[in-house]
Design a protein around this ligand. Structure first.
Ligand code: ATP
Length: 480
C-alpha cells in the first residue's frame, strides 16, 4: 500500500516536469537540493492559486488590506521576533554516516514503520512521548527515546548517534562590501515580520480601525536540514500570510473564526472534506498562545498545509521594545491605548500547489472505439485554477479552419487564457490538454464554416456538444 502511494507520488513529480509545471532548479547542473523552478503551466497555476487567496482575503474583506514588503529587513527585526534565538529545530547526527536528521522526523518515520507492522498503540505511545519531551525541550530524554527504540540511521543502519543540538534555520548574507557583524542580514524566514514592522504605517495611512488585517504574499527562506518530499519542504518557498489585529481578550473568538474560515476556503475549491483535518499544536511556538495546523492528505500522508496561530501581542511588543517606537493603537471608543493581539493565518503557496496537483492527478481507463480501453492521465483541476481555460483546435491546417480558430482565439484571449494548437490528431491534442488540466477544448471543423458552430469537449466527462461560436466566450466565462 505504502509503496503504491510512493510510486503515485513519483508519477506526479515526473508528470509535473514533463508537462512544464515544476523543474528542479538549475537542472542542467543536476539541480539544487530542495529548490525548484516553476515552468509555463506551473507558474500559471501558481499565480491562479495566489490570486484566489489574495482576492478571498483582500477583495472579499472590507477590513483586510495588502502589502508587499522587502525580503531584506533590518537585522534587529529578527532579534526582536525571537528568530535569532529560537528559530531552530532539534537535530541529531549519525556518527557513522554523517547524516543529519530532524529529531521529530526521525521518530515520526519510525512510528509509521511501527504502524505498518500493526503496532498502532506502540506507534501512538512513541509520538506522545516525543511530543512531551519536545514540549519540555528535554533533549536527553529524546535521545534516550531514540536509543531505547533502537531507531537506526537509514544510511549506516546503526544507532551511533550524537547528542541532540539546536540548528538555526535562517540564511545569512551580507550587505555592502565590508564583512562585519553589523552588516549581516538574514533572508526572511517568514513574511509575517514585514507586516508587523509596518503595522502603524498601514493602520495610519489606510485609517483602519480594529479589528483589521494585513495580507502579504512573498518569498521566505529556511535552511531546512531534511529537505525532501519535492516542493513540500523547500529552502526557498512562498508564503501567503495574513495578520489579523484585534483587541486583547478577543483572541479566542477570532482564532475560532479564522480556523473555520480558512478550512472553508480550502473546501471551496471542491476538495472533499475527508482530505483535510485539524491538528492542534502540542508544542507552541515562542510567540503563540494557541495554534492549529490545517493538514491535507498528501500522497505521503496527512501533513500541514496551513497554520493558524494566536500570536498574542508578542511581536508588536517586542518590536516596541527593540525599536523604542510606540506600537500601540488608540481606540477612540474606549479612549485607550494598547498593543493589539494578532491572529495569523499562514499558508505555504508551494504546499498548496502540491495539494492541488496531487488531488487533481488522475489515471483512468477510457473506452476505445474497438471496445478495448486505454489509460488517460487527466488533471482534474478546479476550472478557476487551471493554467488554460480553453484549447482551440482547427481540425485541419487548411480549408480556412485555422483562420476561424484564430478569430476565436483572439476573441477569447482578452477574457481568459487560451491554448492554440494545429498539430497531430484531435485525440492526441485532447490528451495533452487533459494532462495540463484544460477544462474545455473546441474543435473547428468543416461544419463550422457552414453553421458557425464548434464541438466543445469537456475534460472530466469527455462529453462533446455543438455550440455556437458566438456563445463560446460566455459559456467559458460561466464556468469561471
Ligand atoms: P513544518 O512543521 O512543516 O516545518 P512550520 O510549522 O515550520 O512547518 P510555519 O512556520 O507555520 O511552518 O509556516 C507556515 C506555512 O509555510 C506552513 O504551513 C507551510 O505551508 C509553509 N512552509 C513552511 N516551511 C516550508 C518549507 N520549508 N517549504 C515549503 N513550505 C513551507
Amino acid at each position: 500500500m505504502e509503496s503504491k502511494k510512493e510510486s503515485n507520488f513519483q508519477k506526479i513529480i515526473a508528470h509535473a516536469k514533463e508537462y512544464g509545471f515544476i523543474y528542479p532548479s538549475s537542472d542542467i547542473y543536476d539541480g539544487l537540493s530542495a529548490v525548484y523552478d516553476y515552468g509555463p503551466t506551473g507558474c500559471e497555476l501558481k499565480k491562479n492559486i495566489k490570486d484566489y487567496w489574495w482576492k478571498s482575503m483582500t477583495q472579499m474583506h472590507q477590513n483586510i488590506v495588502g502589502i508587499d514588503a522587502a525580503i531584506f529587513m533590518h537585522p534587529t527585526t529578527w532579534k526582536a521576533s525571537g528568530h535569532v534565538d529560537n528559530f531552530s529545530d532539534p537535530m541529531i547526527d549519525n556518527k557513522d554516516s554523517q547524516k543529519r536528521y530532524r529529531v521529530d522526523h526521525l521518530i515520526e518515520n519510525y512510528s509509521s514503520e511501527l504502524e505498518q507492522k500493526g503496532l498502532e498503540k506502540e506507534a501512538r505511545d512513541l509520538i506522545n512521548l516525543m511530543d512531551l519531551h519536545l514540549k519540555n525541550e528535554d533533549f536527553s530524554a529524546l535521545k534516550a527515546l531514540i536509543l531505547s527504540h533502537n531507531i537506526k540511521c537509514q544510511v549506516s543502519n546503526t544507532c551511533n548517534w550524537t547528542d541532540i543540538r539546536q540548528f538555526n534555520l535562517m540564511f545569512k548574507t551580507e550587505i555592502g562590501s565590508v564583512a562585519e557583524e553589523a552588516n549581516t542580514l538574514y533572508l526572511r524566514p517568514e513574511t509575517a515580520q514585514g507586516i508587523f514592522v509596518n503595522f502603524l504605517n498601514v493602520q495610519k495611512s489606510s485609517r483602519l480601525k480594529l479589528p483589521f488585517g494585513i495580507a502579504q504574499i512573498g518569498k521566505a527562506f529556511r535552511n531546512e536540514i531534511v529537505a525532501r518530499q519535492f516542493i513540500f519542504r523547500m529552502r526557498e518557498f512562498e508564503q501567503m500570510e495574513m495578520q489579523f489585529f484585534i483587541p486583547p481578550g478577543t483572541q479566542k473568538k477570532w482564532f475560532e473564526y479564522w480556523k473555520e474560515t480558512r478550512l472553508n476556503w480550502h473546501l471551496s475549491l471542491g476538495t472533499p472534506h475527508s482530505k483535510y483535518q485539524y491538528k492542534p499544536h502540542v508544542k507552541l511556538a515562542h510567540y503563540a498562545d494557541a495554534a492549529v495546523d490545517i493538514e491535507f492528505e498528501f500522497p505521503f500522508g496527512f501533513k500541514e498545509v496551513e497554520g493558524i496561530h494566536s500570536r498574542t501581542d508578542y511581536d508588536l511588543s517586542r518590536h516596541q521594545e527593540f525599536s523604542k517606537k510606540k506600537m500601540t493603537y488608540f481606540d477612540p471608543e474606549t479612549n485607550q491605548h494598547f498593543i493589539p493581539y494578532v491572529i495569523e493565518t499562514s499558508i505555504g503557496l508551494d504546499r498548496m500547489f502540491l495539494a492541488i496537483l496531487s488531488q487533481a492527478y488522475t489515471e483512468e481507463p477510457v473506452p476505445k472505439e474497438d471496445g478495448s480501453t486505454e489509460e488517460r492521465i487527466v488533471l482534474k483541476l478546479p476550472t478557476k485554477l487551471a493554467p488554460y481555460k480553453l484549447a482551440i483546435f482547427p481540425l485541419t491546417k487548411k480549408d480556412g479552419l485555422p483562420e476561424i480558430a484564430q478569430t476565436i482565439y483572439k476573441e477569447c484571449q482578452t477574457s481568459f487564457y487560451c491554448f492554440y494548437e494545429e498539430k497531430d490528431s484531435i485525440g492526441k491534442r485532447y490528451r495533452r490538454q487533459d494532462a495540463i488540466g484544460t477544462p474545455c477544448c473546441v474543435t473547428i471543423d468543416h461544419q463550422s464554416k457552414e453553421d458557425q458552430t464548434v464541438t466543445i469537449r469537456h475534460r472530466d466527462t469527455m462529453l462533446q456538444e455543438r455550440v455556437a461560436i458566438k456563445d463560446l466566450k460566455m459559456l467559458i466565462n460561466s464556468y469561471l
